[in-house]
Write a protein that binds this ligand. Structure first.
Ligand code: B12
Length: 409
């Protein structure tokens, strides 16, 4: 039911009077068994060319009616521009303001592409289009995505499905899922899809299911999770994925690796630690997926890991490493702009006379870079990270000086 707050005196001039009449409408509707959730009150747009203050009154009425009566509001947008030039400009500006004031329904032309694009943009800015999903999917720049979130939901059976529902047994028939997708068994393919689609709960559930059915944790990481997050990076770089999608995939990745981490810590390994590693992502860099994987892998290989976090200043790496009694420090950087922070840390350790080996890694680094900045070690992945840690701890224990990063090759 749409109600107009008008009485015998005509259209009230103020928002407060519109609220008063709207209250009467709502009470009368309720007396007739119509709940207020079903009532829409029109806030009454007037030509701003005739009564300029009226636009503000209509906007104020939207907010008041919503707040005081808890019912929805509508507005006939184009009334506002009557008698003025460049009507579409005023109409769309008015609509944007009305949306910001909480308008639920606009009487406007849905075939007006420019207007509708602005509404979609406003919904992002006001946080109503969660993860900008509708905005992105309606954007001309957003090409077809592989796989779409919907596809990931339909391709994959629900996580609680019995294992007999899994179409291909472990290590057998491969599923090709389009660009960037490696040949994977069905279970790993679903995990890959869930990461690509940013389906956090699904990814975690599928990884839990795979582990409980005996899938190897390293295989899940190396064949499904890491290739999937790298593929999202490629899709982002090519303009197919946008930042909210990348973030959703990263969150799904964190959730999935979290499941692996807790399963590893639950298995109870070597009671005696092989040594202590302090690990951090350097200052200015918030990428921590790789660091977390390295840290998890080191823990599962019997090291005590003290995670100093991400975006960590060189001084905090130093004090954290000392506090932890670390044998080795691991630094991660994913951006060309943050990799130099590793050198800062190495120089700080040296200035302060702290003789601790520092291993570096992350997509923005290389063995050559490690040699150049005087790091003690470099690892391309978590396995190499563990090898480097082992080497350097052994060297320290045997009293030898740590070789520099280039010494291994
Ligand atoms: C996921 C992701 C994000 C997520 C991060 C979520 C998180 N919590 O980590 C979000 C969406 C938040 C993000 C944000 C940004 N990102 Co980003 N991101 C990525 C992406 C797609 C994947 C990174 C990743 O997790 N890879 C998977 C992991 C497992 O790999 P990894 O970290 O390299 O780790 C492995 C190895 O390197 C090694 N390793 C890692 N650390 C260490 C440490 C040691 C000691 C050792 C031995 C080994 C080791 O072992 C790991 C396991 O194998 C990359 C693209 C890519 N393909 O790398 C872009 C990328 C890194 N991001 C990029 C950019 C620019 C940004 C933003 C600035 C975007 C923006 N405009 O806002 C912000 C950065 C904000 C900031 N200040 O840090 C650029 C960096 C460009 C550059 N060369 O400098 C990339 C390359 C994308 C691109 N092509 O443009 N990002």
């Amino acid at each position: 039911m749409i109600g107009l707050p008008i009485d015998n005196e005509g259209i009230p001039a103020t928002a407060e009077d519109r609220l008063r009449l709207a209250r009467r409408l709502v009470e009368s509707a309720e007396a007739h068994g119509i709940p207020r959730e079903s009532v829409i009150i029109d806030a009454l747009a007037m030509p701003v060319g005739a009564k300029q203050e009226q636009a503000a009154e209509a906007l104020k009425a939207i907010a008041l009616i919503r707040k005081e009566l808890g019912c929805r509001t509508s507005l006939g947008i184009s009334n506002v521009s009557f008698g003025l030039p460049a009507k579409p400009v005023l109409n769309s500006a008015f609509l944007m303001l009305a949306v910001a004031y909480g308008l639920d329904l606009a009487i406007a032309n849905p075939l007006d592409q420019a207007l509708m694009a602005q509404v979609r943009a406003a919904r992002v800015l006001l946080g109503r289009d969660v993860h900008a999903e509708r905005y992105i999917s309606s954007s001309a720049a957003a090409g077809p995505k592989t796989p779409t979130r919907a596809r990931a939901r339909t391709v994959s059976p629900p996580p609680s499905a019995p294992s007999s529902a899994v179409p291909a047994p472990h290590g057998h028939a491969a599923v090709e899922n389009g660009a960037g997708h490696r040949s994977l068994n069905a279970r790993l393919a679903r995990i890959y899809d869930a990461i690509l689609a940013g389906e956090k709960a699904l990814a975690a559930a599928l990884v839990g299911e795979a582990l409980s059915e005996g899938e190897n944790a390293s295989r899940i990481l190396d064949d499904a999770l890491i290739p999937a997050i790298e593929e999202t990076g490629r899709l982002f770089a090519s303009g197919t994925y946008f930042l909210p999608e990348l973030m959703l995939s990263a969150q799904a990745m964190q959730a999935a690796t979290g499941v692996i981490r807790s399963s590893l810590s639950g298995t109870g390994h070597a009671p005696e630690s092989k040594g202590t590693v302090a690990i951090a992502t350097v200052e200015g860099d918030i990428h921590d997926i790789g660091k977390n994987i390295v840290s998890m892998f080191l823990e599962s290989n019997g090291y005590s890991v003290v995670d100093l976090g991400k975006n960590v200043k060189a001084e905090d790496v130093l004090s954290g490493a000392i506090r932890a009694g670390a044998d080795v420090v691991c630094l991660s950087a994913l951006m060309t702009t943050t990799a130099p922070k590793m050198q800062d840390a190495i120089e700080l350790f040296s200035q302060e006379g702290i003789d601790l080996p520092i291993i570096i890694g992350g997509a923005a680094t290389s063995r050559e870079y490690a040699v150049r900045i005087g790091a003690s070690g470099y690892g391309r992945d978590a396995v190499e990270a563990a090898q480097e840690v082992e080497r350097l701890i052994a060297e320290r224990r045997s009293g030898g000086r740590s070789e520099r990063a280039g010494g291994k090759e």
